[in-house]
Design a protein around this ligand. Structure first.
Ligand code: PMP
Length: 430
């Protein structure tokens, strides 16, 4: 049930992501979700192309995830993590330690991706304090995105995340030019020049390099060359700096590898995970690091890592994450993601020659159609809903990152809808 009253209340009182309360964009009431489909209040079903922002990798209403939640709920939904531990957290962290590179063996659980990023930056700063140095600067990449809390925002692309709004409040960091060599391009060594220059110039002040490995997500949906990431790792080693990999969007198979760092065969010193961690059912993040970083933090003046959210290690979230990781470990995702990648290549790359299209790119279960002009958000959203699909573009980016369980027919509905949208100039701003 979703009444006209509910709709009016929503418009008047409830903020949605990046929207104005003054002139809100339309919102579509969803009352149920099953497998790869969202059910609207009026009974229409939409094929989901977004996995609820990279999270619902196994689709919705998954029986094994539901069962994990119900079993945990029957024991306890929550208990504080200070001075207490519980089986759900221990099991999840065991899985995380075994699935991630061997060096990453210490886990900090928190509430959301942005908090994982805050935690990773704090870890890096406290690591340097443990070594007797106060280092508070970070080196990152233009076009990056790491979350909306202030430390995370300070390392997001300055233009996309409107650093101008927070001038004087956000700490200034170093931004290397965004990588230009795409994932499939021939590697051009000059791509790393700007990064190399900045790290050489500022390494004595820098605590860590933070970046999204291979896939720059919300800052532009760009896929860069694995060699770039290898060079970053080499420079971090040369100057003794920590590397933070933000795999909140890419973790658990989305880019075709379990973790995007594997494309470059590098291991970060700190790894941030979130989103798909719980299969998209609950909010939870994990920040993993090495024993050396953890031990060095222990030698800082505080003597411990200074963070401890109320809902740290929430048992419900841990239990469902554990069930989601068990599904990931069973390995069907590899075939599913490879199948999605092939179909996206077959059906989206053909759109490259369309006059409205500036670029099309595909990596793993991510397909991006970049248009020449920005979409008219309200109009294109309505168009997609009328076509029976849920696709939420932003700016000039129309992209798909469906649940891994999507069928070939459902995926074809998504790619067909994008093709039709491109033929409709009214859906784009001049
Ligand atoms: N890092 C990356 C790479 C992300 O894509 C996001 C979310 N889009 C975040 C961090 C922030 O995660 P959350 O929205 O859960 O705070």
């Amino acid at each position: 049930m979703f009444t006209q009253d509910d709709r009016a209340f929503d418009r008047q009182h409830i903020w949605h992501p990046y929207t104005s309360l003054h002139e809100p964009l339309p919102c579509y009431p969803v009352v149920a979700a099953e497998k790869c489909q969202l059910e609207l209040a009026d009974g229409r079903r939409l094929v989901d192309g977004m996995s609820s922002w990279w999270a619902a990798i196994h689709g919705y209403n998954h029986p094994r995830l539901n069962q994990a939640l119900q079993q945990q709920m029957a024991q306890m939904s929550h208990v504080m993590f200070g001075g207490i531990t519980h089986p759900a957290a221990v099991q999840l962290c065991r899985q995380l330690v075994s699935m991630t590179p061997e060096a990453l063996e210490c886990v900090f659980l928190a509430d959301s991706g942005s908090v994982a990023v805050e935690v990773s930056m704090k870890m890096a700063m406290q690591y340097w304090l443990g070594r007797g140095e106060r280092r508070q600067q970070f080196l990152t990449l233009q076009r990056g995105y790491h979350g909306d809390t202030f430390a995370a925002m300070s390392v997001c692309d300055p233009d996309n995340s409107m650093h101008s709004l927070w001038r004087g409040f956000l700490p200034p960091h170093h931004f290397a030019a965004a990588p230009q060599c795409a994932f499939d391009d021939a590697w051009d060594e000059r791509d790393i020049d700007d990064f190399a220059r900045l790290i050489a110039q500022h390494h004595t002040q820098i605590a860590a390099v933070i970046l999204e490995p291979i896939v720059q997500g919300a800052g532009g949906m760009r896929f860069y060359h694995p060699r770039y990431l290898q060079r970053v790792r080499e420079y971090c080693d040369r100057y003794g700096l920590l590397l933070i990999a933000d795999e909140i969007a890419t973790g658990f198979g989305r880019s075709g590898k379990l973790f995007a760092c594997e494309h470059a065969q590098i291991v970060p010193d700190i790894l941030c995970l979130g989103k798909a961690l719980t299969g998209g059912t609950m909010t939870l993040s994990a920040t993993l690091t090495t024993r050396e970083v953890a031990d060095t933090i222990g030698r800082s003046e505080a003597g411990c890592f200074m963070h401890g959210p109320t809902f740290m290690g929430n048992p419900l979230a841990c239990a469902v994450a554990s069930a989601s990781l068990a599904l990931v470990q069973e390995g069907a995702w590899q075939r599913q993601v490879a199948g999605i990648e092939q179909q996206l290549r077959d059906q989206l790359l053909a759109l490259r020659s369309h006059p409205q299209v500036a670029d099309v790119r595909v990596l793993g279960a991510i397909g991006v159609v970049e248009s020449r002009t920005p979409v008219n958000m309200a109009a294109i959203q309505r168009f997609f809903v009328d076509q029976g699909v849920w696709i939420r573009p932003f700016g000039r980016l129309i992209y798909l990152m469906p649940p891994y369980i999507i069928t070939a027919d459902e995926l074809a509905q998504l790619t067909t809808a994008i093709g039709r949208a491109l033929d409709n100039p009214a859906l784009f701003n001049a």
